[in-house]
Design a protein around this ligand. Structure first.
Ligand SMILES: [Zn+2]
Length: 299
């Protein structure tokens, strides 16, 4: 196959539409095909860290509108293009080229055709709100558990012991929220975490909610900084909080201001897992009606 260039992506800046040229088409199995464009606004799910799901939307190619049934990261070393779970390396690995593969059904288009991407903007806005709330909740959780450490631990973007980074097993962004699963086991205890801090989960949620309320009320700006336009370029979530600018590496999409959120709250539950327990934090965001791109409710 001809050498592929990395897909240029415009979703980090908030784009939900784009016009690109088809640079590669491949069979995606089950009667589906995958289209690679030179540039796209479509956010794909990252197999290695699948926190934010793929966008929903369509590809208009000529007179045909294809629903995009999935969007995954594709990667190649110059031989075959591997898709999603078949990619054996993390996005950004040296020696590989990473592209956005838009998976669709029906008759496959041809290389060289123009494709207009249209992302479901309401769904994107809900995922962006969920992703920003997820980052805020992880920082608020770290802060709320700062006293639970009996020895020095690596710190997060706000300087608190990094419970989230050290214990996270899985993070799933969903429309207007997220579900984060933390492992409380021997290795976390060895690092100095005292699990008795999780004795009263309602009290913990109240402490997290109080911080979230304070931060959202301040309405700080949110932006994505990037080292380039390629899918695998490094991107950083930058958020103004009272007294601090926090930075977290992130490949997802976000609101552009905390004023786009009316509130974010969390709920915890605990479940038994092999060798310890898991703490599950469910975060729920409510977008403000004045927020950019938020759905207006017709009464
Ligand atoms: Zn993120």
């Amino acid at each position: 196959m001809t050498a592929l260039s990395p897909t240029r992506v415009t979703y980090p800046a908030g784009a939900t539409t784009s016009t690109g040229t088809i640079v590669h088409v491949t069979d995606a199995g089950a009667g589906r095909f995958a289209v690679v464009l030179d540039v796209t606004a479509f956010h794909p799910v990252d197999t290695a860290w699948p926190d934010q799901p793929a966008d929903r939307g369509t590809l208009r190619i000529g007179d045909t509108v294809h629903d995009v049934v999935d969007a995954v990261v594709g990667a190649t070393t110059g031989e075959e293009l591997l898709l999603g779970p078949d990619v054996p390396v993390r996005t950004g690995t040296e020696g590989w080229t990473f592209v956005v593969a838009h998976v669709a059904e029906g008759e496959a288009p041809e290389v060289g055709q123009t494709a207009e991407v249209e992302v479901d903007a309401q769904h994107r806005a809900a995922l962006s709100a969920g992703h920003t709330a997820c980052h805020l909740a992880s920082l608020a959780l770290d802060a709320a558990l700062a006293e639970a450490w009996t020895k020095p631990a690596p710190t997060d973007a706000l300087g608190a012991p990094a419970f989230d980074a050290l214990a996270i097993q899985e993070s799933r962004i969903r429309p207007d929220g997220s579900v984060d699963t933390y492992r409380i086991g021997k290795s976390l205890r060895r690092k100095g975490f005292d699990p008795s801090a999780l004795g009263d989960l309602d009290a913990l949620a109240a402490r997290v909610d109080a911080l979230l309320g304070e931060w959202i009320a301040a309405g700080g700006a949110v932006r994505i900084e990037t080292t380039g336009e390629a899918l695998a370029d490094r991107r950083t979530w930058v958020c103004e909080l009272p007294g601090a600018e926090v930075r977290i590496p992130c490949g997802g999409t976000h609101v552009s201001s905390l004023a786009d959120l009316a509130s974010a709250t969390v709920a915890f539950h605990r479940r038994e897992a092999e060798g310890g327990v898991e703490l599950v934090m469910t975060t729920t965001a409510v977008r403000s009606s004045a927020g950019g791109g938020a759905a207006s409710v017709v009464r």
